[in-house]
Design a protein around this ligand. Sequence first.
Ligand code: ACO
Length: 431
Amino acid sequence: MPKDTLTITDNRTGKTYELPIENGTIKALDLRQMKASPEDFGLMTYDPAFTNTAACKSRITDIDGEKGILNYRGYPIEQLAERSSYLETAYLILHGELPTQAQFDSWVFNVTHHTIVHENIKELMGAFRYDAHPMGILVSTVAALSTFYPVAKEVRNPRARQDQIFRLIAKMPTLAAFAYRHSVGMPYAYPDNDLSYCGNFLGMMFKMTEVKYKVDPVLEKALEVLFILHADHEQNCSTSAMRAVGSSEVDPYSAIAAATAALYGPLHGGANEMVLRMLEEIGSKDKVPAFVKEVKTSGGEVRLMGFGHRVYKNYDPRARIIKVMADQVFQLTKRNPLLDIALELERIALEDDYFVKRKLYPNVDFYSGLIYQAMGFPVDMFPVLFAIPRTAGWLAQWEEMLEDKDQKIARPRQIYLGKGHRDFVPVSERG
Ligand code: ACO
């Protein structure tokens, strides 16, 4: 009769242990009882970068990398991208269920009425150099918001948490757009509560001297879809940062600043920018075969940016949705000339044994930068465009962590390999 247990024999002592298996995992703490001697600390696992360690139980986002499936709260990403809006999806991610009409109206009202930031934030923005990266400005200004809302410290108070969630989802686009306007020396455009979440963001970015910004429905829809696709992606680097920093019970503005900082890195939120630079470097469609050859013979040094994923070993479902949407956006904007190079790269790579054998397919970043560029966003803004929608996911994961009785302040173990005990020597006596 098969049992959901794991039997381990410790060859140091000859002792055998039977550990329960639950949800395909064993508890790392169950290993602690395995000691080589009574003074021994007990066995630990060594797992840098958490490549095979579940750090939490979650009910938010489910990814099946082999099948190329991504669900938020059980709903397939394809259905949400086609039929939902960003704010509805954010509600779903945060609350676990799609809202009723009344719940949705109240949610939209609350988010919409928190979009304005304190005037002092403008002065803070003004302190940055004209060429400051908007992501650096976002990290700093969102952290600064914690000083405006001292009640945010009450992370065990669900009502206080809810207020900060409204504020963070509402104010991230305002901070992002202000950061951009600062970098181009344009006056800040204030939020317009008559517009949708994405329409208002486009307005705050691109409004010139017109009294009322007119949102293009195709661009508005494209941004809704891109925001939905980026709303959560379970335990990645920035979400892990949000959970680890939040586990100290710091306020959510400080934790979101930490998550945004993690996203800033080129290995995480910066990949779509690198895709664009790669396509520009290739320069034309006829140079694609030579580039692919270079990738294959470089011994892993030159990578096809926007290809491959730690989890997806099939097509990234988000890339498929973005590719279809690109056609709609390019009908409106000028067709991005880099698209032809991207399409040719994908065509050649998907037929090539090197990529097929390694299960390397386009990921979410392969086409998203092309759309953002065609919509008029500068490349520096790409990671910022990632941070805005991911705020919903970060906050949902933060709340889940706070309500999870299994969680404590994050505190990994280490294997100490440094020097043993030695006595201090005054500088005058050191050789
Ligand atoms: N181009 C060429 N070869 C690649 C690529 C690529 N983009 N990605 C992986 N490989 C090769 C590796 O050289 C390796 O080959 P080998 O077995 O002969 O040594 C093999 O495929 C496995 O690669 P790993 O690096 O072990 O795969 P890992 O899962 O660790 O990396 C990653 C995943 C980082 C995404 C990688 O595929 C990559 O660097 N892609 C390009 C950067 C990128 O697009 N990042 C965005 C990811 S999506 C996101 O973060 C939102």
